[in-house]
Design a protein around this ligand. Structure first.
Ligand code: GLV
Ligand code: MN
Ligand code: MN
Length: 422
């Protein structure tokens, strides 16, 4: 982009408009966190999700962007390029939230994409390539696990019917929820799954403490660590808590404790790089005076080193089997994303835009996974981060100021304009 068009573009990004849109979206599924913080619970493929999508489409269409959806519900808003057949630049993130989530995770990347495209149009910056703003289906995996279903299907990492039978906590299948959404969005133009963009650039809040701690405005994301998700089911036998001798029990809770203790030993890392989380435990029949016969728990295991991710991840099932005493065990892996590194084409565009705007930046990897992880094999990919207050995320206390978000949108706008004119 020429030095003369950049100031117009940067000036066209509206801090107030972007913030107002985010706050309007935050009303859809508004919750109050334990400390009184305003959070969001907007599950994917829910009526609230659809309301949010309609708002987005309305804002986009008002600008002249064209909306379309694919078979797994990924939603696109297209800004036409002066060469409509040129491979587009893709930007965006997700609109679903965690069940006890914040107002910025995911949704800001979509709204920043819209803000950037609006600024490009209003500043009269011509882009040779089209720019598409995407809202991927089910990034969080909060209602239907795992996350990143929309981007995985789009990138043909998995067929789009892979998760048809996955149920939410009410027993609704992913397929039923998706069919309902497709019916409700029958008026929106359809597009084929997949594509070959020129580049993908996703904006996101950092969700960690580094940018704030180092006083930096923009994170230039270098890559994403690998993640593996498992679900473990331990099956024993119910018994009376007062009468059944402990030596004769098949107590699923006690075997779960043995399994998790052994896993903690396996996952001990003096360097504190490895991430191991048991975040959800379901106990049946879940009553105080009955020995539990079923326990299901989740494992979220992450590491930036591929070999370690494979070795320790593959050791999970044998570790559990040798730890349990009296129950049957099933271990199912339901998500496996290897670590990725981003492309210099995109990371340099972000870094250069930040520098051109006098903003400080820091190169850093992402501990959270993102839809960008699945774009890496498809096209040059990168991400930009803005700081998260106290590094908090997946929590209603998640916060980034409107000023910080506006700085992120300005960098995004300049980097997108630059990429779209390559
Ligand atoms: C995404 O939300 C993640 O869990 O990293
Ligand atoms: Mn996210
Ligand atoms: Mn998230």
């Amino acid at each position: 982009m020429s030095a003369s068009t950049a100031p117009n573009l940067i000036a066209a990004v509206s801090e107030v408009r972007q913030w107002d849109r985010l706050m309007e979206l935050a009303k859809l599924g508004a919750i109050t966190g334990a400390d009184g913080e305003p959070g969001v619970n907007r599950p994917c493929l829910s009526p609230l999700d659809r309301e949010a999508r309609r708002l987005l489409i309305g804002w986009g269409e008002k600008l002249g962007l064209v909306a379309s959806v694919d078979e797994i519900g990924n939603l696109f808003l297209r800004h036409e390029g002066t060469e409509p057949d040129a491979a587009p630049v893709l930007t965006g993130s997700h609109m679903d939230s965690q069940p006890n989530g914040g107002r910025f995770d995911g949704i800001w990347g979509v709204i920043a994409g819209l803000e950037a495209v609006q600024a490009i149009r209003e500043a009269g910056v011509a882009t040779r390539r089209p720019i598409e703003v995407v809202a991927w289906t089910n990034e969080e995996g909060g209602r239907f696990a795992p996350g990143c279903m929309g981007s995985m299907a789009w990138a043909h990492f998995k067929p789009s019917n892979t998760w048809d039978a996955v149920t939410d906590s009410d027993g609704v299948t992913f397929r039923e929820a998706l069919d309902e959404q497709r019916k409700a969005e029958a008026d929106i133009a359809k597009r084929p799954l997949g594509g070959k963009p020129f580049a993908y650039l996703e904006a996101h809040i950092e969700q960690g403490p580094q940018l704030e701690a180092e006083g930096k405005d923009i994170g230039v994301v270098t890559g994403i660590q690998g993640s593996r998700w498992f679900i473990v089911e331990i099956r024993g036998e119910t018994a009376h808590a007062g009468t059944a001798p402990v030596s004769l029990r098949k107590d699923a809770v006690q075997d779960m404790i043995r399994a998790v203790t052994a896993l903690n030993a396996l996952m001990t890392d003096p360097t504190d790089v490895l991430r191991f989380t048991v975040g959800r435990i379901e106990v049946l029949p879940n009553t105080s005076n009955t020995v539990a016969d079923i326990v299901r728990f989740t494992i979220d295991f992450r590491h930036p080193d591929k070999e370690l991710l494979i070795t320790n991840g593959d050791a999970i099932e044998p570790t559990i089997r040798s730890a349990v005493k009296s129950c049957e065990v099933t271990v199912t892996e339901r998500f496996h994303a290897l670590p990725v590194e981003f492309d210099a084409l995109v990371t340099d565009a972000v870094e250069d835009a930040a520098a051109a705007q006098g903003l400080s930046s820091l190169r850093l990897p992402s501990g959270a996974f993102h839809d960008a992880q699945f774009m890496v094999p498809i096209c040059p990919t990168g991400m930009l981060f803005v700081p998260s207050r106290n590094g908090v995320s997946h929590n209603p206390a998640e916060y980034t100021s409107s000023t910080q978000l506006a700085a992120g949108a300005r960098v995004l706008a300049q980097a997108l304009a630059e990429l779209a004119n390559r």
